[in-house]
Design a protein around this ligand. Structure first.
Ligand SMILES: [Zn+2]
Ligand SMILES: [Zn+2]
Ligand SMILES: [Zn+2]
Length: 165
């Protein structure tokens, strides 16, 4: 569990799965093979970023990855994180959403497609499946011919805890 995301027990408020219990179906060991197939090398620095990504459950920010890589290798070049995230996202291996401050949070793309509820007050995040959006997505498609990128969808508001007087 990433600090600041999904307070313990908070998921009981909503019918979504606790994020920490979601396994990451993306086999990070396969990333090297995928990069090679696209003629990209898994350099030691890129490998460090992929390794750090694999250690986090749920969502992770670039800053958290930089911190983790620097812990392991004080000579690590922080910009490698941003470039590697771009490469991995370009390959469709990861997706991102934005937190209440607009910062990107990354997650493995192979997770079941889901949207996010983000509390503006405490920053807690919950994942919701398309089933919880009811007819919303089909309605947008019918009315506007619009296909929603569910993995980039974040709904901001106030959580039950923060709503208590
Ligand atoms: Zn974005
Ligand atoms: Zn809250
Ligand atoms: Zn998510």
């Amino acid at each position: 569990m990433i600090p600041g995301i999904g307070p313990p027990g908070a998921t009981a408020l909503l019918s979504s799965e606790p994020m920490a219990e979601q396994s990451s179906p993306l086999a990070w060991a396969d990333v090297a093979a995928l990069l090679r197939r696209r003629h990209l090398r898994l350099t030691p620095q890129r490998r460090a970023v992929v390794g750090a990504l694999a250690e986090f459950e749920g969502h992770v920010t670039a800053a958290q990855l930089v911190e983790r890589c620097l812990e392991k290798d004080p000579g690590f070049v922080p910009s490698t994180v941003y470039r590697t995230l771009d490469v991995l996202e370009g390959l469709g291996l990861i997706t991102h959403i934005h937190d209440a401050e607009g910062r990107e949070q990354y997650q493995p793309a192979a997770e079941a497609p889901h949207a996010h509820l983000i509390c503006r007050e405490c920053g807690a995040t919950w994942e919701i499946g398309s089933d919880e959006l009811g007819d919303f997505l089909p309605l947008l498609h019918r009315r506007h011919g619009f296909d929603v990128d569910l993995s980039h969808l974040a709904i901001f508001g106030r959580c039950e805890d923060c709503s208590r007087p």
